[in-house]
Ligand binder design. Sequence first.
Ligand code: BGC
Length: 264
Amino acid sequence: MAILGIDIGGSGVKGAPVDTVRGELLAERFRVPTPQPSDVTSVVEAVAQVAAQFDGFDRVGVTFPGVVVDGVTRTAANVDKSWLDAPAAQLFSDRLGMPVSVLNDADAAGAAEVAFGAGKDQAGLVMMLTFGTGIGSALFLDGTLIPNTEFGHLELDGHDAESRASDRARETEDLSWEKWANRVGNYLRHVEMLLSPRLFIIGGGVSKKADRFLPLIDIRTPMVPATLLNNAGIIGAAVTAETDAKAASPGGVTPHEAGARVAG
Ligand code: BGC
């Protein structure tokens, strides 16, 4: 049995079954556009539509672009406000008929990068930042996630930082790479001053074009582009669902592992 990972983004809801040991997709991912408005009922249906494309999984991990505490969504900066205080894990689980873990999208992407990608074996404080519709942050100390940090909403020059330095700001204001890199550089220097991380991992769709903007940014902290790109959220969601399953099962053995042992 595999675990299904589903990533709810500003423009698409994407999913695929995941090999949580290797950190790889087991099938090509399936995507539907994020419903507009992105209210709870429509997004739950979009997630169910993605899940219906696959079989052979018994647990699901879902990312959400906001703070998630104990399966309840607490903020909704870039999605419909009906998500404020919604019992997301319960709603998905009722609709899909199996356990569902829900976590912040940047935390999921960071978890995947730290386990399998650009943050593998990195000691100390590592910060993943995703530049997309908003700016997401994920902070790790010696590989352990400190969940639900919201450094995309730091105030910078009197503005919410993500409104100036997200990839959406680059697109909607039609900024040149130089202008946008200048804003991202100011933002990163601010985060650097506050936290002194060992490493910044730069993620989000725009990290595919890292060569266009990273060389224009002058900061002291080393910066690397994310390596799992668009699949980091899906993989991180599934890995987290696996960890939750272990925590919930007696002896810390998941049904998958127990099955593997009997079979093997
Ligand atoms: C949200 C974060 C999210 C980020 C990226 C921000 O607006 O507050 O929770 O991780 O966007 O989607």
